[in-house]
Ligand binder design. Structure first.
Ligand SMILES: [Zn+2]
Length: 83
């Protein structure tokens, strides 16, 4: 592997690491953010956080049960008309 490929690989590793950490910090606001590895939204990952490396794609959350339904609850509450 040449030096450029090694640098690219390391760069990607760092980017994925950073995306994972940021995903924790902004957990309540990033449910629709697509994962850099598998392109699925964070909320469709089993733990609600993006994949951490290219060779370890996370299990998907069960169909129809995105992780962190809080986001939906908040959204529904906002949309709900006043009684
Ligand atoms: Zn993923």
């Amino acid at each position: 592997m040449d030096i450029q490929s090694k640098v690219d690989l390391k760069g990607r590793e760092v980017a994925l690491r950073l995306a994972y950490v940021m995903a924790k910090v902004e957990y309540d606001y990033n449910r629709h953010e697509p994962c850099l590895v598998c392109k699925e939204k964070y909320m469709h990952h089993i733990d609600g956080l993006p994949c951490e490396s290219d060779d370890k794609i996370k299990e998907k959350a069960p169909y129809g049960e995105p992780v962190d339904a809080k986001w939906y609850k908040r959204k529904v509450e906002k949309v709900k008309p006043p009684l």
